[in-house]
Structures are given as structure tokens and as C-alpha cells.
Design a binder for this molecule. Structure first.
Ligand code: F6R
Length: 364
């Protein structure tokens, strides 16, 4: 049942290229995105003046990536909030609001409560979920299925990459509806996404390197992740994955925020993972790396191929192939999933069933 792997989590990480392909092909039409399943159309979108993305945990991180894409491709400003916050904050939501919820299981109690609240106020609710016929799928006005296939391990992996893929397509679709995105750009976005299964494969091929790093470092007590732009969300997700399955304390920070406090925690030997896949902030990341190196940090950088020579500045480098900066979040998270996995295994943790956690949080 685990397909020959030791854990469901490994099986599901390995299934990511296929899951991504399923997610993309089910909404592809002539090399561009197509959302034939949506009732939401251009006329309805004209009445929408507020978009909110609400989710929990890993799905919430996919929501933040989604916000980035919505703002970039459709030039629509988006609010993102954890469902457990949204529902108790008297949110500004009315019949001109589009609420997008993201949930792998489709059963998360807080996310479901957010839907009910927004619907009562007249909002249009679009759910991005993996489970057909789930409560969230049934209660939303529109549903986009991520088609990742069943996810059994508590730590979400393949569902996350497909959520990001769907959010990118949805943002491009919205950009086409409101005229902010040119047809050629939406085709380019789709083509880039179609490359992600192969890119994920490339990262999966480096498993042994990551395992070796984990076997050497599994006794650590803390791990820091820093990044900017899209890389920040990858850091947040990587940090969550690590905490949940290996029980190692970790922090994720916007690299520019370091000197506003957390830099004080960096000492001789602290491992800092610097995710540097975004060209527009690459130089800024380099100066942040120098800041932590000056305090004795052991730095592992993740970069695109063209920046492989960052090796002279850091202690270790993991490389992703050259690609459009907008899709790096997809292969990069696979490195951080594998790292969390191998650290957890080295520490003897029950990877598929971490303590205190349940696969779907149906209680509040
Ligand atoms: C992390 C994880 C959780 C879930 C969260 C939301 O690996 O699995 O953080 O992402 O409980 O669950 P869904 O997506 O089912 O609403």
C-alpha cells in the first residue's frame, strides 16, 4: 500500500510530478488554462471588489503564494488570512466579495465555518480542494479539484504543489477575465507550469544528498529558514513541515526582517537555510547571508543553476534547474519536504503519524 516505500509521506512526495500533471491537464485547453467547471464568469467578476483567501496550515501557505500570483497576473489586491482568525474577526465580507478557500481534506472545521460565515453575508465562495464530495466541496458555490490523488501522510506534500499550480492557473484566468494579463503571458504561464513535473523530478533525484545532510545534522535543536518574495512562503511551509514531523524547533523569516530581531538568535553553528531563487532580490539575499555568516551561521543556500557559484559565500548549495522565477516555489519546496523527512527519519520519529496531529482537523 505504501508502494514499496517506508512511509506514505515518501510515496506521496515521489508522486508529486504525476499529481501536478493531473492537476494541470484537467484544466488545460489549447496550451492555456481553462476553468470550464466554474460558474463564476466575467460578468460576475465585474461585481467583485474584494478577494479573500482563507485556509489553514499548509493550505494557508498555498493561499499566500496564490495572493502573490493574483496580484502579479491579475493586478487584484487580495487579503489572506488563517481561517481560525478570519471567522472570529468580524471580517468585511459582502455580496461583492469572492472568498477562495483552500483545503486538501475539504473537512477542516475552521475553513468550513469561514465558508458559512461568508455565504451568510452573500459572498461567492470558490473552494480549491482535493477531496471530491467533501463538506467544503458541497458547501462552496464553485469547486476546483486539485486532483492530487489520496493523501494519507499527515504532512501534506503533493496536495500543496497542486494547490499552488491551481492558484497560479486561477490567477492567470482572472487576469484574462479582467484584461490585465495578455494572452501570450497566460500561455507562457501555462507552459512554465507544464515544466514543473520534470523540475520536481530533478529535485527528487537528489534524495541521497539531502539524506546525507540530514544524517550529519539530525541532532540540531533549531533551524532557520530565510527568504524574500515567493521564497518566503516556501520557507514558511518548509518550517512547518520540519516542526510537524521531526519536532525540531524552526523559524521562517522574511530575510529583511532578520536585523529587526531574530538575528540575535544566530550563533556559532546555527544552521540557516537561505532560499534564493528570486532574481530581483538575489543581491539582497546575499547581504543577508553575509549578516548571518558573520555571526557564525552554517548556511545552506538553495539557488537556480545560474547562481551555483554562490558556493564561495556559503557552506552548502542545493541547486534547482534554471526556470521562470514564478514557478520556483514548486520544485524548491520538494527540497524542504525531503529535508524534513530525512531529519525526522534520522531522529526515529513516526513520520506518517506525528504526535498530537490528525490528518483532518474537524474539531476546533
Ligand atoms: C501540514 C498539514 C496541515 C493542513 C491543515 C489544513 O502538513 O497537513 O497544516 O494543511 O490542517 O488541512 P486541509 O488542507 O485539509 O484543510
Amino acid at each position: 500500500e505504501k508502494g514499496g516505500y517506508d512511509h506514505f509521506m515518501m510515496k506521496e512526495m515521489v508522486e508529486q510530478p504525476k499529481a501536478m500533471m493531473e492537476a494541470l491537464l484537467s484544466r488545460c485547453c489549447e496550451n492555456s488554462e481553462s476553468f470550464g467547471e466554474l460558474k463564476l464568469n466575467a460578468a460576475m467578476m465585474e461585481n467583485i471588489n474584494r478577494i479573500q483567501i482563507v485556509a489553514c496550515g499548509t493550505a494557508f501557505h498555498a493561499g499566500m503564494v496564490g495572493k502573490y500570483y493574483f496580484e502579479k497576473f491579475a493586478r487584484i489586491s487580495v487579503e489572506t488570512e488563517a481561517a481560525s482568525e478570519y471567522r472570529y474577526k468580524n471580517p468585511i465580507v459582502d455580496e461583492n466579495t469572492l472568498l477562495i478557500v483552500i483545503s486538501q481534506s475539504g473537512e477542516t472545521a475552521d475553513t468550513l465555518a469561514a465558508i458559512r460565515l461568508a455565504k451568510e453575508c452573500g459572498a461567492w465562495v470558490l473552494a480549491v480542494t482535493n477531496v471530491v464530495g467533501s463538506s467544503i466541496a458541497r458547501e462552496a458555490d464553485d469547486v476546483i479539484y486539485t486532483n492530487a490523488g489520496p493523501e494519507i501522510a499527515v504532512a501534506s506534500t503533493k496536495a500543496y504543489v497542486t494547490q499552488i499550480g491551481c492558484m497560479m492557473l486561477l490567477a492567470a484566468y482572472m487576469g484574462r477575465l479582467n484584461g490585465k494579463l495578455k494572452e501570450a503571458d497566460s500561455t507562457r504561464i501555462f507552459r512554465n507550469l507544464m515544466m514543473t513535473p520534470g523540475l520536481i523530478e530533478k529535485v527528487l533525484d537528489t534524495k541521497e544528498t539531502i539524506k546525507a545532510f540530514a544524517d550529519k545534522n539530525y541532532r540540531i535543536n533549531d533551524l532557520f529558514y530565510i527568504g524574500r518574495g515567493l521564497d518566503l512562503y516556501t520557507c514558511m511551509e518548509g518550517s512547518l513541515k520540519l516542526k510537524e514531523i521531526s519536532y525540531i524547533h524552526s523559524e521562517s523569516y522574511a530575510a529583511g526582517e532578520l536585523k529587526h530581531g531574530p538575528l540575535a538568535l544566530i550563533e556559532e553553528g546555527t544552521i540557516v537555510i537561505a532560499v534564493c531563487t528570486q532574481e530581483n532580490v538575489f543581491e539582497k539575499m546575499l547581504s543577508n547571508i553575509k549578516e548571518v555568516k558573520a555571526r557564525g551561521a552554517h548556511v545552506l543556500a538553495i539557488v537556480q543553476e545560474a547562481h551555483r557559484d554562490i558556493a564561495s559565500e556559503v557552506d552548502e548549495v542545493w541547486v534547482i534547474p534554471e526556470m521562470d522565477d514564478d514557478i520556483t516555489a514548486i520544485p524548491t519546496i520538494v527540497y524542504l519536504q525531503l529535508l524534513a523527512y530525512y531529519l525526522a527519519v534520522a531522529r526515529g520519529c513516526d513520520v506518517d503519524k506525528p504526535k498530537n496531529l490528525a490528518k483532518s482537523v474537524t474539531v476546533e
